[in-house]
Design a protein around this ligand. Structure first.
Ligand code: DUC
Ligand code: ZN
Ligand code: ZN
Ligand code: ZN
Length: 491
């Protein structure tokens, strides 16, 4: 047979439209697209189904040891145990139609990054998903920026992640500038968590002093204005040194408007949002006792009205990637959400929710099935755009000859009520429990191998591949500096 596998009779979707064709797969890659392909060693019938590029989730936290990483500002720094291993994350991703991720190598203050990269490479290699890394920079010493960053870039890690809040992670403006300049010198993207550290810290202290400690006050500690301000500042500093950035997890129109204004000025600034900002609200955290912690993430979920504004910013193209920001902490047990006890003030509860498997079904259902976005827009948001921005295209994110045969076979009519067992992750809950969706993945193919069928994941641990990222023009600086003085010439 000419092909190892033929996917027959599906509606094959791209970021620009849909056509009916067969897909011939050989050696893990797409080798043919044609009306009818007959000579396959195996055939998978996709009649009545959509065939989508496998999802690319360019923002998820997997097996990331965090020293107080995602608890609030000013509290004790509990060490959270990230329950999601690369194995469980791979199972969950395949269950939801995602085949590649970009996740995070942590940096702990006072340490370099090379040992963590080495550790993380070993962890990631045990999974089944294809993966690349963002390198978190929380301690940008000269040693890290001048000696270590070039070494990780040489390995194919081409994005640096910075936080403008969180006690052990946040950078000062000066430190952030140094990271931006380093990224520019070495051809990296910078991804940014935009919230104002000092404002959140101050609000948090005032709330706790007033006895307002319940999970719902998490939202009060970080209103929209702290996100909008930090987004503006991140863009301004990036503009100053002519370095492209992506703003992570935009939760509100005001922050998106800062991005739109920057784009309008011609700056290379991209914006991401996540399903939680389209489906959850701050009111979800207003539940008895500890229950609200299940919905606690940062930035905070807002209101139903704000969800509508975020959809509008997606439709306009201001926000062009939807990632999960998967960062699961179980509700039960002594680690996870309850690491500081079940009556801990909101400040000491880890931020983050699981969403690796739910991302595509939620965006498809709320977006395509409900008529908010087209199918091709969905494909761009979930696969093509993240692959392109992260330098993984055209190997990932498209169904094209030569690309990896990463596919999600999608039943657009299937109705499913989201429940935690369907997520197949290591976390003991999903914040989307009970949400009814229309559209569901019925098979996932990773590099030509059927790794999920009808919800059953079968893949050999250790088969996930690292995706090294070569230099790519899409994120090149514009070459526009305020007065022509280049404080950081490119290497
Ligand atoms: N926000 C979260 O909710 N979790 C992980 C990190 C982040 O920024
Ligand atoms: Zn973040
Ligand atoms: Zn304008
Ligand atoms: Zn995150």
């Amino acid at each position: 047979a000419d092909y190892d596998l033929v996917v027959r009779g599906g509606q094959v979707a791209s970021g620009f439209g849909t056509m009916r064709c067969d897909i011939g797969i050989r050696g893990g890659r797409i080798a043919a697209l044609a009306d009818r392909i007959t000579d396959g060693a195996a055939v998978l019938d996709a009649g009545g189904l959509l065939v989508l590029p496998g999802g690319v989730d360019s923002h998820c936290h997997i097996e990331e040891p965090a020293r107080g990483g995602y608890v609030g500002t000013g509290g004790d720094l509990a060490v959270t145990v990230n329950e999601e291993s690369f194995r469980t994350a791979s199972t969950s991703a395949f269950a939801g139609g995602t085949t590649s991720v970009v996740c995070f190598v942590p940096q702990w203050k006072g340490e370099g990054i090379l040992p963590r990269v080495a550790d993380y490479e070993q962890r990631a290699a045990k999974g089944m998903l294809d993966y690349s890394f963002h390198q978190i920079i929380s301690d940008p010493t000269d040693e890290v920026l001048e000696r270590e960053v070039p070494q990780i870039v040489a390995k194919g890690i081409r994005s640096l992640k910075v936080f403008l809040t969180y006690e052990p992670l946040h950078l000062s403006d000066e430190q952030f500038l140094k990271v931006l300049v380093t990224a520019r010198r070495h051809g990296c993207l910078v991804t940014v968590h935009c919230e104002n550290y000092a404002a959140i810290k101050w609000r948090t202290e005032m709330l706790l002093r007033a006895g307002m400690t319940a999970p719902k006050y998490h939202a009060w500690s970080r209103p929209i204005v702290v996100e909008r301000e930090a987004t503006h500042r991140a863009i301004a500093l990036a503009e100053l040194v002519d370095q492209p950035i992506q703003v992570f997890h935009v939760s509100c129109a005001e922050a998106a408007e800062e991005i739109a204004r920057a784009q309008h000025r011609g700056l290379k600034v991209w914006g991401e949002t996540c399903p939680q900002y389209l489906t959850l609200t701050a009111a979800d955290m207003d539940r008895p006792g500890f229950e609200g912690a299940a919905y606690m993430c940062s930035p905070s979920p807002r209101t139903v009205e704000e969800q509508g504004r975020v959809w509008e910013m997606i439709r306009r193209g201001t926000l062009d990637i939807v990632s999960s920001d998967h960062c699961g902490f179980s509700m039960g047990g002594e680690a996870g959400k309850a690491v500081s006890g079940r009556d801990a003030p909101f400040r000491d509860i880890p931020n983050g929710i699981p969403g690796l498997a739910a991302r595509l079904p939620i965006l498809f259902s709320e977006g395509v099935s409900k008529g908010r976005i087209s199918l091709e827009h969905f494909v761009r948001l979930t696969a093509t755009n993240p692959a392109r921005l992260m330098g993984l295209a055209p190997r990932k994110g498209v169904i094209a000859i030569g690309a990896d045969a990463d596919l999600a076979l999608w039943d657009p009519k299937k109705r499913v009520t989201i429940a935690n067992p369907l997520m197949q992750h290591a976390i003991d809950y999903t914040p989307y429990e009970g949400l009814e969706v229309t559209g569901w993945p019925v098979a996932t193919i990773r590099r030509g191998e059927v790794v999920m069928r009808d919800g059953v994941v079968q893949a050999e641990p250790g088969t996930g591949q690292f995706l090294p990222r070569a230099p790519y023009d899409f994120i090149a600086p514009r070459g526009v500096l305020a007065d022509g003085f280049d404080a950081a010439p490119r290497a």
